[in-house]
Write a protein that binds this ligand. Sequence first.
Ligand SMILES: [Zn+2]
Length: 404
Amino acid sequence: MISLNFIKYIRPTNIARNLSDKPKSPYKLLEKTDKMDIAEFSHSNMTAPEEAKTFRRVEIGKKDDKEYRREILSFYDSEGRIVALYHSGRKCPQRMKTFEYGYNKKNRDVAEYDAHTRTVKTTQYFDEEKTWKPIQEEEQYLYYMYDIRTPDNRAARKLHISKNVYDYKTKEPVIHATLTEYPLNIARKDRDPKKTYGMDIVLRDNRPEVIGYSKDNNVEIPKDDKFLPYRMLLGENKQLSLTQYYIDQKGLAPVGISVRFAPDEVAKNICGEFNSNTGEILFREVSKVEHPVLTASHEVEHAYQYSLIGRARHNQTDYETRCREILGTELSFMEMKDSAQYYKGKIKYPRLNPDEDLSKNKDYMNNELEVGAFKAEKKALKEYNEGREKILDVFKCIPGNATI
Ligand SMILES: [Zn+2]
């Protein structure tokens, strides 16, 4: 437990002192509007984010370069929180930064405070390739702390940041993944040191390969944790690489299962699906509710179930035929038994309505295929979480239900 006493040491003067030390900026502010109603927004290049209620426009120039222009559009939600920033102009890259907010269970060591999550993703338009690519993703864990001088005010402090920076300079893009944790007792003389841990990762067919490590001396994380690179990845890369991990574990790599994000092809009431005709795994988005290990292992389990159906029986879907041809028909007694069960489930699989609450649909919840997939996802999460405790021992501000 952390004592509340240290908070009285935090003084705003720290910030003021740093500001006066700052070197003079080469930029100059040309225009800054007030926050305006989103109904007044119109732009030739972009539409406002759905959750935006107000926006502001800022124009910036450079003191020694008359050509330089940067326009920054910022969008705010109904609570006044920033949800997006759009940069464009002359002699500066076109960039989009999006912000998402969440609430997380408190961790044991910072239990007095509320843990909030902010996910920040920056994408940039690359002119030569005519495409948008991610350049940075961040998961920030913010704790709202009471200020002892003004008990009604709570100030957010970023205590832990998990960051992925994308480097496209090399032939294969490198992901610089880092964990940074700031001390809780920042204003004290004998404050704890800052902690950092870093890993350079290259993704080959969604399989993470670690090409470098870095860490502070005060950070000890066991390198034999096989999920460590997956824990360091964020967003879509975490989902895709975990899915590939379970595909490999199930011996399904030779069958060529493609995995992709397809928000328009997946129904709104599910996170992802396995298409048993084509043998594809589709995800709607990076789920904010379900742990990526659960969704990844669940859909791969369906791929495995249909592979057994295909290997035990003749000519069915394209995928089942493919499994039969590539993986062969020789099955163990247990695999034969399982395949009979799964075939039963396939025959009576209910037609699902995209608006229904699936947890209330008994035909879905009790279907042999789903029962098997739910069992597999529980087992997968238990295995994944075994090594996670070691990281939480070092980085104490990672919230209890973070997906690391
Ligand atoms: Zn399922």
